[in-house]
Design a binder for this molecule. Structure first.
Ligand SMILES: [Zn+2]
Length: 317
């Protein structure tokens, strides 16, 4: 499968497992593997996973998560700065994760750093070490060690990240628009995180990106309208992109009756109209990428009577 479509071809693999050439009837030295009748795809890249190592390896290890990706045809991942401990917000934490991933990943990888209140002076050491960019939360992350950025911190962070030539990824939900669930069911949880919270936060993040000139990427967009906001900003010249996840493309709020805690994530699953809208925008190229936002925990953390207390995160690799 090539950018031109499906072709009958040979694939030449050179030293280091690198693809040297793709074309009909290649005449190369060395061992030949007959893959006749099979399809060869480019390896997938999952730029949004939470592999929990070091620190929460009872939830999952990098060895396990990366093996799951490999089984699905993925050859690289970029790991988020949480839910591992310590969270990846300074050089030493980066070194610890690099060590762990080098030891245990079965595929290629890169790491995201974190922007949190108080680590502005640590961003450049993370860039020097090679982070692909930074992730920030506009609302509580669910992990105490990784607090949210208010408007002020986000603005300062964007300025710094722009000057470093890096990129900021935001979890966009406005904390002012979120409220405590009014009951213990999945529906109560969904109601507590309305689509408007996502839209307000995306709008504000785009405003700050336009002011500071910081490249911006909105993670796990759950609504069709959120994607439209991003597209409109792009048309105005703001350097912003977005992504969605398989769960927003496959499931809607009603599926939570069946999925229970396994379907809990934030932002929550939305409506059929959102799902159809996201598919349309994926199809026409408005939405450039789908990532897993793989965020596993122990099964026990996904079970219980009070939905609001369950771990939020879907095991997606
Ligand atoms: Zn995530």
């Amino acid at each position: 499968m090539t950018p031109r479509g499906l072709e009958r071809a040979d694939v030449s693999i050179v030293a280091g497992g690198i693809i040297g050439a793709v074309g009909p009837d290649l005449d190369e030295e060395g061992e030949e593997v007959d893959a006749g009748g099979l399809h060869v795809f480019p390896g997938g890249i999952d730029s949004h996973v939470h592999f929990n190592e070091p620190g929460r390896t009872e939830w999952e290890t990098i060895a396990h998560g990366s093996a799951a990706l490999a089984a699905g045809g993925y050859t690289a991942f970029i790991d988020m700065p949480l839910n591992n401990l310590p969270v990846t917000i300074d050089g030493p934490a980066f070194d610890a994760k690099l060590d762990a991933a080098t030891r245990s990943s079965v595929i290629d990888f890169a790491l995201w750093g974190g922007l949190v209140p108080g680590n502005l002076e640590r961003l450049d050491e993370l860039v020097q070490r090679g982070v692909m960019g930074f992730k920030a939360f506009m609302c509580p992350s669910g992990i105490d060690e990784f607090p949210a950025c208010n408007r002020h911190v986000l603005g300062e962070g964007m300025q710094r990240i722009a000057s470093l030539g890096s990129i900021l990824l935001v979890h966009a939900e406005d904390p002012e628009r979120l409220h405590e669930p009014r009951g213990r069911t999945a529906r109560d949880f969904v109601r507590s995180r309305p689509p408007g919270a996502e839209l307000d936060a995306i709008f504000r993040a785009i405003e700050l990106a336009a002011e500071t000139g910081c490249r911006l990427h909105v993670v796990h967009v759950s609504t069709a309208e959120g994607t439209v906001l991003i597209q409109q900003a792009r048309e105005r010249g703001v350097d912003v992109s977005g992504e969605t996840c398989p769960h927003y493309l496959l499931y809607v709020e009603d599926d939570l009756d069946r999925l229970g805690g396994l379907g809990k994530c934030a932002p929550p699953l939305r409506t059929a109209a959102d799902r159809e809208g996201l598919w349309r925008m994926l199809d026409d190229g408005t939405l450039p990428m789908v990532v897993s936002d793989h965020s596993p925990s122990t099964l026990a953390l996904k079970q219980g009577d009070d939905y609001s207390k369950l771990w939020g995160g879907i095991s997606g690799c």
